[in-house]
Ligand binder design. Structure first.
Ligand SMILES: Nc1nc2c(ncn2[C@@H]2O[C@H](COP(=O)(O)OP(=O)(O)OP(=O)(O)O)[C@@H](O)[C@H]2O)c(=O)[nH]1
Ligand SMILES: [Mg+2]
Length: 157
């Protein structure tokens, strides 16, 4: 059977950076599992781009759900790392970036919460060609364009 490959993308990043809000902007169909406003298991949504289905999993940011991030990041085609620009790159973001580099997974960085005061985003492990996309997930600014940048990156990988 000639079945098209479907892509799997995961949304990673530190606690409260805006991962769930970002996923809600990308996907027409979505669901989330939260307790008191924080993701406790995962978010899931999908979207069709150029006739191709893309599955998107949003990870929980809390440290106690590290095991869930490992499960969700299994066999991914690409990743969005959502950073809270008012805090900059925090330690858990650095761990995520190092793991993505090791696995050689294409990824983009969403420098989210651009409506707040932003810090500089720099880290020696960050590949110099990493797309850094300024976003405001609460109103969708930059999100779709950033997502399509990642899809393009995956296609050219
Ligand atoms: N000002 C501002 N607030 C935002 C932005 N994006 C998200 N938020 C807010 O930040 C808070 C956390 O957003 P979530 O999308 O739940 O963040 P998360 O990364 O999924 O959080 P966890 O699942 O707990 O790690 C919410 O109150 C959002 O409304 C943004 O671009 N600007
Ligand atoms: Mg969340």
């Amino acid at each position: 059977m000639n079945r098209k490959k479907e892509l799997k993308i995961v949304v990673l990043g530190s606690y409260n950076s805006g991962k769930t809000t970002t996923l809600e902007n990308i996907c027409q169909k979505k669901t989330k599992i939260e307790y008191k406003g924080t993701t406790i298991a995962l978010d899931y949504g999908n979207v069709i781009v150029a006739d191709e289905k893309i599955h998107i999993f949003g990870s929980p940011g809390q440290e106690r759900f590290e095991f869930m991030r490992e499960i969700l990041a299994h066999k991914i085609d690409g990743a969005i790392v959502v950073i809270d620009s008012s805090k900059g790159l925090v330690e858990s973001d650095e761990v995520i970036i190092e793991k993505l580099n090791l696995k050689d997974v294409p990824y983009v960085l969403f420098a989210n919460k651009q409506d707040l005061n932003s810090c500089e985003i720099e880290h020696p492990q960050l590949r110099p060609d990493t797309p850094i996309i300024p976003t405001v997930a609460i109103n969708g600014q930059g999100v779709e364009q950033g997502f399509l940048t990642l899809v393009e990156l995956i296609k050219n990988n």
